[in-house]
Design a protein around this ligand. Structure first.
Ligand code: HEM
Length: 514
């Protein structure tokens, strides 16, 4: 009896502090945080036990999931990042919401956003990525911090210098030509010389081919298993975002976790194979000067700027995903806008034929395509493939006039900032590429209003790569086809980590030359 009493006592000694910590974490801390922000005028949807705002977010997303917009409606707040749009309207530009028990402060004020993103001192690091995101992207350049980020950046950035990128123009055009030959063949087989093609899938394969070829010396076919596994990991990550978690839940062999582990293994094995092939093929001159070559060469560096094999694998994950997915969506949305704005399609074709004729475009020609550039920028404004940027406060600080404790997560809603009338004017919801006629910095009332590639030291390393690739592809399409939106298209942009058309993008193509 005494033994049982002793055991129960010991158990209580162990359990009571855990129970107490749980109560503090689940009830007291959210209460204190809510109160502290409310005192400073920052309110938001109330905290719900354990779930935070997750239930509300799920309800709003579900309600929006059946909506189809008019093809000319670019105010997509009704269908994408719906919770943020609704809460900004209700609580103002700065508000507090809860990802489970984690507080999130959403900031849209341009000056606050500029302060966070342009800081060079590292006081606004990235938030710790969810495990599902980490298995998708790896701990590569997107997520490393401080001295590690500097080391990775120093090794990788030479691959994105403009003179290096220009050398990729030919390879990018060859990949595009291969895709367009398939389209031409399909169109020519039709008696009425017009053919409907779902382009978003084709752009996914094309951009995968381009990043595989230019950066890893492989091809879509060789890297296909990685791309397919990453696509599935992306959907798992998106679904896991809004599910309730408890400590250790990532280690339980649930159906979803087991699938995630298998996909992670597929990605790692395949990437290791690609890396090993390059190591085996080392010639006298080294590993090559593409992205993979630079990473492998870094292992010989004596200056400490080296990447370990695990870091190289993580960077491969990062670039296979980041280098492909986003550009595919940019191309998709640009085609959507050009197929619904025939006047712009004509303007661009005229420019393209004037500068490039029917030749494969080279870097010099592409540099002269001002209207194509403007349309791509306006596409990035209206349909930014990345809808949200996340950061946190690295120490206790005042941002704007709000005191924030260390580790406060900050959410920057690109999708909403790109629809702020104060910044972009009364025609904010209209497709008007002319706003970029005098360059990105003069397009809005503030110079850094376009955030599609972010700004500051952590802005997108691949932005010139992506713009170059997109210009080549759009140019080569305009040289060959006129096109219009298929009547089957349903306008329902959705944010699954990136912004994409829910039902794809069917376009009807007609050849310009038979
Ligand atoms: C339309 C195409 C693209 C868009 C809209 C885009 C958008 C972005 C954004 C918003 C960020 C900042 C993320 C953050 O701060 O959390 C970013 C970072 C990054 N992007 Fe892109 N991106 C695109 C294309 C590319 C391409 C083609 C590559 C690689 C070839 C790439 C590689 C990266 C990397 C590695 C980072 C992390 C940079 C750092 O933290 O130093 N992106 N991108």
């Amino acid at each position: 009896m005494a033994f049982i009493g002793l055991a129960v006592g010991a158990l209580l000694v162990l359990l009571i502090p855990t129970f107490w910590r749980g109560l503090v974490h689940l009830i007291w801390r959210p209460y204190v945080i809510t109160k502290a922000f409310r005192k400073q005028g920052v309110s938001g949807p109330g905290y719900r036990f354990w779930a935070g705002s997750t239930g509300e977010i799920l309800r709003m997303r579900k309600a929006a999931s059946g909506l189809i917009l008019d093809n000319h409606c670019h105010d997509i707040r009704l269908v994408a990042a719906v919770h943020i749009g609704k809460w900004v309207a209700e609580y103002g530009e700065t508000f507090l919401f809860w990802a489970g028990t984690q507080p999130r402060i959403c900031i849209s004020d341009p000056e606050m956003v500029r302060q966070v993103l342009s800081s060079k001192s590292g006081i606004f690091p990235k938030i710790d990525p969810a495990p599902a995101i980490l298995s998708l992207l790896g701990k590569g350049l997107v997520f490393v911090e401080g001295a590690d980020w500097e080391r990775h950046h120093r090794v990788l950035s030479p691959a994105f210098a403009m003179d290096k990128l220009k050398l990729h123009t030919r390879k990018m055009a060859e990949c595009a030509k291969e895709m367009l030959e398939v389209w031409c063949h399909q169109v020519n087989q039709e008696q009425d010389q017009q053919k409907e093609i779902e382009v978003s899938e084709h752009f996914q394969e094309l951009t995968a081919d381009v990043i595989a070829l230019t950066s890893f010396g492989s091809s879509y076919r060789e890297g296909k298993e990685v791309f397919v596994a990453q696509k599935r990991l992306q959907f798992l990550a998106a679904s896991m975002f809004l599910s309730l978690k408890f400590p250790g839940s990532n280690y339980i062999p649930t159906k979803r976790n087991v699938e995630k582990w298998k996909l992670e293994k597929t990605v790692k094995d395949k990437l290791t194979g690609i890396i090993q092939d390059r190591l085996d093929s080392k010639e006298f001159s080294g590993y090559g000067n593409d992205l993979l070559g630079l990473m492998l060469e870094s292992s010989q560096n004596k200056d400490g700027h080296t990447l370990s094999m695990d870091e190289i694998i993580d960077e491969c994950k990062t670039f296979f995903f980041a280098g492909q997915e986003t550009t595919a969506h940019l191309l998709t949305w640009a085609m959507f806008l050009l197929s619904t704005n025939k006047d712009w399609q004509e303007k661009l074709r005229e420019e393209v034929l004037q500068q490039c004729g029917m030749e494969i475009p080279n870097a010099d020609m592409l540099g002269k395509l001002k209207l194509v550039n403007m349309v791509l920028l306006e596409t990035l404004r209206l349909y930014s493939p990345v809808v949200l940027i996340a950061r946190k406060t690295g120490k206790d600080m005042t941002l704007g006039n709000i005191n924030m404790p260390k580790d406060t997560a900050l959410m920057i809603p690109i999708l909403l900032i790109h629809r702020n009338k104060r910044l972009w004017g009364d025609d904010v919801h209209e497709f008007n590429p002319f706003r970029f006629a005098n360059g990105v910095l003069n397009a809005a009332s503030q110079p850094n209003a376009l955030l599609a590639f972010s700004i500051g030291p952590r802005s997108c390393i691949g932005q010139n790569f992506s713009m170059l690739e997109s210009k080549i592809v759009i140019t080569m399409i305009l040289q060959r086809f006129s096109f219009s939106l298929s009547p089957k298209y349903k306008h329902a942009p959705m944010d699954v980590i990136t912004l994409q058309p829910k039902f794809g993008l069917p376009i009807v193509f007609r050849p310009l030359h038979t």
